[in-house]
Design a protein around this ligand. Structure first.
Ligand SMILES: *[C@@H]1O[C@H](CO)[C@@H](O)[C@H](O)[C@H]1NC(C)=O
Ligand SMILES: *[C@@H]1O[C@H](CO)[C@@H](O)[C@H](O)[C@H]1NC(C)=O
Ligand SMILES: *[C@@H]1O[C@H](CO)[C@@H](O)[C@H](O)[C@H]1NC(C)=O
Length: 403
């Protein structure tokens, strides 16, 4: 009787043990499945942080450069997450890299702008020539302290009229609707070597008059726009860390500043953290037709692009701008600046969001002439200084009739 009860109890215990074992196994299988499926789902197009992630062996120059950076910044070799004072190149990274011509298979047949880009791809510094006297506190007429919204406008030295039209319209600095707005223009050098007339004297006058120019020494070319982005982020990290929001735009965009402020007023702390709004393009890849402006040869880059926002204009939080600065150190410079920003966002695991009313690829011809359309939009690319002057009163005076 006692033995039968013992045996029944032992059988009961064995059954419980089997059930527990099966549960543990099921949990383990579930975990493995989750790991496997997540790693195959986010099969990254641009290398992300960890160096042990499977990496297609690439012969393209940018990809190899990125592989090198991933290795250098890998948490195993550099647990502090920084290289400290260790230089990435044996020589000054801003002199032409002599190894490039032998490392890029078709270097000699590449367009000149690519050769220039590749030779100086590791350069991330440039001397500041003109900086705003009040830092990011605004130009001569602006307020004090950190702005609520910083309008950072990529411009070129000869574009005097575009800058003035922006000052008189959407970039009018000061206090707008109780919020401080500051406008700064980002410039490089327009040198005689690129057949520019002597404009630096006039630019100096403009800086004295408005105090809203930020100019570096580097050659301002299309492929150096990424360098301009990086230099701006570096300056932002040093001089403007407390700005709440940044709108980065070209000098030929229309921005509905009141609408931007309205949009920002509705955000909470969590939405602000990862705020990156623009005209988002996903699933793009490099153009391989040498005739196109955005052509990138296979010898330079292989793969497709992460989601990115059209560079004509996007809106982000100051907090995210600081994280972008940190991420940019770990991403090799890419010749197309908006794609580069997308690559840095991907490093951070932040997805750019599609913003309603961002038209960085212009407007339909049918809508262009209609000022009322602009009232409901946030940002439109491709406006001349005169168009800005004509449109602005319609945005400022809601009383005007719009059918
Ligand atoms: C990390 O940083 C600390 C302080 O800056 C330094 O003492 C330490 O040696 C660093 N460790 C490595 C592995 O670089
Ligand atoms: C970095 O190292 C170089 C030479 O190795 C030295 O000249 C330079 O002063 C160092 N910079 C800092 C900030 O330590
Ligand atoms: C970018 O600027 C640097 C510094 O002025 C210059 O040496 C280089 O040629 C420029 N790159 C391009 C692609 O223009």
């Amino acid at each position: 009787m006692g033995r039968a009860a013992d045996m029944a109890a032992a059988r009961g215990r064995a059954r419980t043990a089997v059930v527990v074992l099966m549960l543990v196994l099921a949990a383990l299988l579930g975990l493995l499945w989750k790991l496997w499926s997540s790693s195959s789902r986010d099969r990254v197009l641009v290398p992300s942080g960890r160096f042990w992630r499977p990496w297609p062996d690439s012969r393209a120059f940018w990809n190899r450069e990125q592989q090198r950076l991933d290795l250098l910044y890998s948490p195993i070799f550099h647990p502090n997450g920084s290289l400290g004072n260790r230089s990435l190149t044996p020589q000054d990274p801003c002199t032409a890299d002599p190894r490039v011509p032998t490392q890029v298979s078709d270097y000699n047949t590449l367009p000149r702008r690519f050769q220039d880009f590749l030779l100086h791809m590791r350069c991330r510094s440039s001397r500041l020539r003109i900086s705003p006297p009040r830092g990011c506190g605004g130009g001569n007429g602006g307020g004090n302290g950190a702005p609520f919204l910083l309008l950072a406008v990529k411009s070129l030295v000869p574009h005097f009229a575009r800058r003035q039209a922006i000052r008189e319209t959407w970039g009018r600095a000061g206090v707008v609707g109780g919020r401080s707005v500051v406008t700064l223009f980002l410039l490089g050098d327009a040198s005689p070597a690129d057949h520019h007339p002597a404009l630096q004297g006039m630019l100096g006058e403009e800086a004295r008059l408005h105090g809203d120019l930020l100019q570096w020494d580097y050659r301002d070319s299309f492929f150096n726009l990424t360098l301009k982005d990086v230099l701006f982020l570096q300056w932002f990290g040093r001089r403007c860390r407390r700005a709440r929001y940044v709108l980065k735009g070209d000098d030929d965009v229309f921005v509905n500043t009141p609408r931007v402020l309205q949009l920002l007023a509705g955000l909470d702390q969590v939405q602000t953290q990862d705020l990156f709004l623009g005209d988002v393009i996903s699933a793009a890849a490099p153009h391989r037709d040498p005739q196109l402006k955005y052509f990138v040869p296979e010898s330079v880059f292989e793969g497709s692009y992460p989601p990115y926002a059209g560079g004509g204009g996007y809106l982000l939080s100051g907090e995210l701008a600081l994280r972008l600065l940190a991420a940019s150190r770990r991403v090799a410079l890419y010749p197309i600046d908006d794609v580069y920003t997308g690559m840095c966002l991907q490093k951070l695991g932040v997805a750019p969001q599609r913003g309603d009313g961002f038209r960085t690829f212009g407007l339909d011809a049918a809508l262009r002439g209609n000022p009322c359309v602009y009232r409901s939009l946030v940002l439109v690319h491709g406006c001349s200084p005169q168009e800005l002057m004509e449109l602005w009163p319609w945005v400022e005076q809601p009383a005007r009739d719009c059918q």
